[in-house]
Design a protein around this ligand. Sequence first.
Ligand code: NAP
Length: 298
Amino acid sequence: MRVFVTGGTGFIGSAVVRDLIEAGHEVLALARSEDSAASLQAAGATAHPGSLEEPERVREGAARSDAVIHTAFDNKSITRFPRNSRIERAALQAVAEVFAGTDRPLVAAGGFAPVIASGPVFTEDDLASSKAGPVGRNVERTIMGLAESGVNASIVRMPCVHGDGDRFTLPRFIEFARKHSTSGYIGQGENRLPAVHHTDAARVFRLAVERAVPAGRYHAVAEEGVPYRSIAEVIGRRLGVPAVSMSPLKARRHFGLYTAYAEGDGPASSTTTRELLGWVPEGPGLLEDLDRPEYFTS
Ligand SMILES: NC(=O)c1ccc[n+]([C@@H]2O[C@H](COP(=O)([O-])OP(=O)(O)OC[C@H]3O[C@@H](n4cnc5c(N)ncnc54)[C@H](OP(=O)(O)O)[C@@H]3O)[C@@H](O)[C@H]2O)c1
């Protein structure tokens, strides 16, 4: 099938593009710059010029395709999440205008942290909070709303995603440890982060599109929960700084707006996803992957 991918130059989206092409699909990918178009073409995709801010371009891309995988989002500044979320909702609505009443699947990237709080292992059957998280974004609510209105829409909930090209969670933890010459964790550091390698996450998107069942909630979770303290210890050893327990108050100064990502205890399982999609993660675990010089070179 021909799949329209947004965010195809990103950390997760570029793995999605590679995986789709390797599996024999054709990829049309949204490109908001000439550089992005060139790298998509080099990956074997066809570039579709436009951005999320241009819903008509998104609509055209969807109209030319059998399925949409949406991974584009501007994660650079957490304070801009509310604005960027509005832009994202309008872009998803543009896809919905083309796909409503058809069986063409729309599969979007969602997340866990910091939407879920500490508690039992979170499963695909558990509903995410109906409120936007502390950073003001809840793409899952948008997707499930579209599914209720007749769009074959599904969500892939992603935990901490790691691998080459990672620029979100782990690089930020490394940056804070560098800045403060301390690799912090909160209390005993027993709070757990679920995790997945980006190539494994990419396969969940493809399998979800191929399955094409509406209102799917999938967990791209390879590891149910990696204790935060072990992450801080790898970072500390690699940077040559101490891994240190902190009070929640001190952690707020250390992690700033990203405290929620370091303090949440959100173990999550993927039993249903594995059964429904036949998904078996193959990539390295978080600690093995993090413990490479590539994460510490910048
Ligand atoms: N990384 C994680 O650990 C993680 C965990 C959970 C959920 N997620 C979610 O997964 C999705 C992908 O994350 P990622 O880590 O792959 O992000 P990323 O590496 O920052 O990639 C973002 C992608 O979105 C594109 N993009 C951003 N703003 C755009 C706009 N206004 N119009 C068109 N394209 C735009 C970028 O294009 P350019 O190349 O042109 O900049 C890039 O292709 C996001 O929704 C993120 O919240 C990520």
